[in-house]
Write a protein that binds this ligand. Structure first.
Ligand code: HEM
Length: 461
């Protein structure tokens, strides 16, 4: 391993402005002329990341014509997300990889446009507002579990995907998509397929006539029509009785400097995509983990049964569900749905004694930091008890499933409330046995997808 600044004593952080020209560029794996490391990367993204870690905490390489640097130390992550966020913007690779139809939404917007949007939408995610969504969340979860037959084989990802989408539709846009859930699912799947980091077409511009691109364009056009219809309907009926995300957007759109039609559509698509894909994956991985760790499943049932005493979960009971919360945190550590975050340097920046030039794509791989043995004991073990106590021994940004700093996940509180309530509802009513392969392999798509569908047999309790 090449020697790097292991102490990270803050020498970089003190360097405001451009990094000195005399600093060396970061080390990294050797690449081929013209294509750099593209083929190594495409061959096996996970093995490629293993190889990167052998070069230290600041590692450079080239893929698909982009210069990349991967940061593998929590202090570097913290500087990018929290300490000096103005020196970085969202990565161009995200736009290039085909999700540009979300580009005016909160996830990908930049600068003043982002600040304005975040200010307008933040009140939707204040504690009291989010807690008012608890009831519809549980109602939808009770209905979903009720629709699973005892003994039936279920694909949790598709079941939870529909469930989390129903919840978003009800709470954020006051809609029941009915037959049109398929439109959102199809668009979400096309985005995943299109932005699969292991596939060459991820790096092709979206207008090329590759099959994935055709599917992507068709699916996202239908999604765009769906949200356009929602906006028009709300304009026509007036939004007074709704006070939800859709009404907030429609009202803002009436101001002269408010969001354009394109921005409103992108915004709705952003929330419907970012808000359901991540949460449904988290629940899927919790269910998988429970099938593999019967003692954890038993601990969870004991806590949930004791706290609920046969009644339906409510927001009021959540403070008693501490083990439930630990199980969720541990799942987000081992299986972070947003497994890599991307940024782009806007100027030369020093990391760990290396100069990272302006215009470099940075990757912050949560999945690596979450399992780095320097910061975690027995990192590959699924052990919710590691979350007992204050955890002061673990650096803060060794764990960042919701990002950090000004651009941290706006839906974090929503997601944690939803995950706890849904998990408690599910565990109270059902148990699961895995019927698919217990060895999980992952697809490096826009989110951390299982390569093959996870399937479980449902048993009513
Ligand atoms: C387990 C569930 C979730 C996970 C793991 C997750 C993860 C993340 C992460 C890591 C980011 C930061 C990305 C970056 O820095 O590049 C983010 C941003 C975002 N998330 Fe989530 N998220 C979840 C649920 C939700 C939900 C439920 C919503 C909406 C209701 C949502 C909406 C957003 C939006 C709009 C942003 C962009 C925020 C901004 O840039 O200002 N997410 N999410």
């Amino acid at each position: 391993m090449e020697q790097q600044d292991a102490t990270l004593d803050g020498t970089d952080a003190g360097r405001a402005g451009a990094a000195p020209d005399d600093l060396p560029l970061p080390p990294g794996p050797d690449g081929l002329p013209l294509v750099d490391n593209t083929f190594q990367f495409l061959d096996d993204v996970w093995a490629f990341y293993d190889a990167l870690a052998e070069h230290g905490d600041v590692v450079s390489y080239g893929v698909g014509g982009y210069d990349f640097v991967t940061l593998l130390h929590p202090e570097h992550v913290e500087r990018v997300l929290v300490g000096e966020p103005d020196r970085f913007r969202k990565g161009d690779i995200q736009r290039q990889s085909g999700i540009e139809f979300l580009e005016r939404g909160l996830l990908l917007s930049e600068g003043e446009a982002w600040r304005r949007q975040r200010g307008t939408l933040q009140p939707m995610f204040y504690r009291e507002r989010v807690e008012s969504f608890g009831e519809p969340m549980v109602e939808e979860a009770v209905a979903a579990v009720g629709s699973w037959d005892d003994g039936a084989v279920l694909e949790p990802q598709s079941a939870f995907s529909e469930l989390t989408l129903r919840i978003l539709a009800r709470t954020l846009v006051g809609a029941d998509f009915g037959e049109e859930y398929g439109v959102v699912r199809e668009a979400a799947e096309a985005i995943q397929a299109k932005s699969d980091a292991g596939a060459l077409s991820s790096f092709l511009p979206h207008w090329l006539p590759a099959p994935r691109n055709r599917r992507f364009r068709g699916a996202t056009a239908a999604f765009d029509d769906l949200v356009g219809g929602l906006i028009q309907e709300r304009r026509d009926t007036g939004g007074d009785e709704h006070a939800d995300l859709l009404s907030t957007l429609v009202a803002a759109g009436e101001a002269p400097d408010g969001p354009s039609e394109k921005e409103m559509r992108d915004q709705l698509m952003t929330f419907l995509f970012a808000g359901h894909e991540t949460s449904s994956l988290a629940l899927t991985y919790v269910v998988y983990a429970l099938t593999q760790h019967p003692e954890v499943a038993e601990g969870l049932r004991e806590e949930v049964d004791g706290a609920l005493d046969g009644s339906t979960p409510t927001v009021g009971v959540l403070p008693d569900l501490t083990y439930t919360e630990r199980v969720i945190r541990e799942t987000l550590r081992l299986y972070p749905p947003a497994y890599v975050m991307f940024r782009r340097t806007t100027e030369d920046v020093a990391f760990g004694g290396y100069r990272v030039p302006a215009g470099t794509e940075l990757t912050l791989p949560a999945f690596r930091l979450h399992t780095d043995p320097r910061f975690w004991d027995d990192p590959e073990a699924f052990d919710p008890s590691r979350w007992e106590g204050s955890r002061e021994d673990v650096p803060e940004y060794a764990y960042f499933p919701f990002g950090g700093g000004p651009r941290h996940c706006i839906g974090m509180r929503f997601a944690m409330l939803e995950l706890k309530l849904l998990l408690a509802t599910v565990v109270q009513r059902a148990r699961f046995d895995l019927v698919s392969d217990p060895d999980l392999a992952f697809e490096p798509a826009a989110t951390l997808q299982p390569r093959d569908p996870i399937r479980v047999r449902v048993r009513h309790r």
